[in-house]
Design a protein around this ligand. Structure first.
Ligand code: HEM
Length: 137
């Protein structure tokens, strides 16, 4: 039972990270440049509808990440100081990603693409830190 919970939480963490970071990357590196070929009115309408649609996914992914991340922290205690420092840096970057995603999904935000691109870059740094955390204690 405990093992099944651990597997579920790992799945939730990875799926939520993929949805959030993948969505931010797609929106900033694919959708926004592709919409550049449209007229101003159509471009704005597309961007607003895409932001409203992504907001639901981003909120669900953030809830999944916080729930499974807290489970990870509480189920593995007794880490080294280096582990705790890197986890702290990771969580600061996570705060940046969450606030970038929430701000970018607000209606009529003028710097939406930049925010999403910055959040995606932080996301890849967070994944690199997390990969390292897995191998130290
Ligand atoms: C954008 C947000 C996040 C991303 C992209 C992310 C990504 C990852 C990845 C890829 C792993 C490695 C999983 C594995 O292979 O074992 C991981 C593990 C972990 N995450 Fe996250 N995470 C995010 C948010 C969070 C949050 C909000 C928390 C805490 C509340 C958290 C806490 C942890 C912990 C404690 C681990 C285990 C590290 C270890 O193996 O010792 N993460 N995360």
């Amino acid at each position: 039972m405990i093992e099944a919970l651990g597997v579920f939480m790992w799945w939730l963490h990875i799926s939520s990270a993929a949805a959030l970071i993948g969505g931010m990357l797609y929106a900033s590196a694919v959708l926004a440049p592709a919409a550049g070929g449209l007229g101003a009115e159509a471009r704005t309408a597309l961007a607003e509808r895409a932001a409203a649609g992504f907001r639901r996914i981003a909120l669900a992914a953030m809830a999944g990440l916080v729930l499974s991340g807290l489970y990870n922290i509480l189920s593995n205690t007794g880490h080294s100081t280096r582990y705790k420092i890197l986890l702290g840096i990771k969580l600061l970057l996570v705060a940046h990603i969450f606030s970038a995603a929430l701000t970018a999904c607000r209606p009529h935000h003028p710097r939406r693409t930049r925010l999403l691109a910055g959040g995606a870059v932080s996301g890849f740094v967070v994944i690199a830190i997390s990969s390292y955390l897995r191998h130290i204690f």
